[in-house]
Design a protein around this ligand. Structure first.
Ligand code: SAM
Length: 275
């Protein structure tokens, strides 16, 4: 029987080198290698900041390493909420480099269902880039949206974006290691290889994605294998949850180019106000 490692190049095989296994958000450096330069949703959130947050504060839930936080902070005061120490640490480093003080960008260790938030009125809450897929039960989704609503000013707005369920993985149950790619590390300039696999657990509606990273120039370095777990919320479920928790949708797009949302859209970018 062919082992699942066999189709991989030597550098990416776990029977040829050690891979240190981590949760994706405990490997903030690799998160940034993959995503820091991607700005797809920035226009959507920037327009909302311009509309809602000329005064008051923007709360960003799951701010991560600050991919959107730092550029949005050019136009508004931000309060970033992030539960992962590794992601928060990197965000704080970037804040220091950008020269923003605590009044311009405050960073809180918290989660969507229980963040404290700023003292000033909250005009906009954003939960970007699939953050909502980390709310892993209906109860947590409802409690989070209710808490966000309570924290928002009366004329405030809540916005989020997500990718609809990965139907291929869900239908097949699992997709083996593949999507092998060779890239250059943006900081060190070293060549590295990457690949991924995914699996779906129907009982918990959770997709698990494993991604390996391994330098191509030295086989003695350990590789890293990170794991991302996401709850497969459908877009109607998220829209329904907004309605059920007292929000009314005021804009809805199907992709980062702000094309209209329809069934089959690759993304949902939605903003809602208090009903
Ligand atoms: C896909 S990342 C997005 C990070 C960042 N917003 C971006 O656009 O790059 C999702 C973030 O949500 C955080 N997170 C996970 N569970 C959360 C929760 N219950 N409440 C708020 N944030 C959460 C993770 O630690 C992670 O940093």
């Amino acid at each position: 029987m062919i082992s699942e490692e066999e189709p991989l190049p030597d550098a990416l095989r776990a029977d040829r080198r050690t891979f240190v296994e981590k949760n994706i958000y405990d490997a903030a450096d690799w998160y940034d290698v993959d995503y820091a330069a991607y700005r797809g949703e920035f226009t959507f959130y920037r327009l909302l900041v311009a509309r809602h947050a000329r005064t008051g504060v923007v709360v960003e839930l799951g701010a991560g390493t600050g991919r959107l936080t730092l550029p949005l902070c050019e136009d508004a005061r931000l309060h970033a909420v992030e539960p992962s120490a590794s992601m928060r640490g990197r965000l704080l480093d970037k804040r220091a480099k950008a020269g923003f003080d605590d009044a311009r960008l405050c960073v809180e260790d918290g989660v969507a269902a229980a963040f404290v938030g700023p003292d000033a009125p909250v005009k906009l809450v954003i939960f970007a880039f699939n953050g909502v897929l980390h709310l892993s039960s209906r109860d947590e989704l409802r409690r989070s949206f209710e808490h966000i609503r309570r924290k928002l000013d009366d004329d405030g707005s809540f916005a989020l974006d997500l990718t609809p369920p990965y139907w291929e993985t869900m239908l097949r149950g699992s997709v083996p290691w593949g999507r092998i790619d060779e890239r250059v590390h943006p900081q060190s300039g070293r060549r590295f290889l990457t690949c991924d696999r995914s699996s779906y657990e129907a009982a918990t509606r959770t997709t698990r994605i494993d991604i390996r990273y391994a330098y191509a120039d030295n086989n003695d370095d350990d590789g890293v294998q990170i794991t991302l777990r996401q709850h497969m919320w459908t877009t109607p479920e998220i829209l329904q949850a907004l309605h059920d928790t007292g929000f009314v949708v005021d804009s809805c797009f199907g992709n980062v180019d702000l094309s209209p949302f329809s069934e089959g859209s690759p993304r949902l970018l939605v903003s809602a106000t208090k009903r």
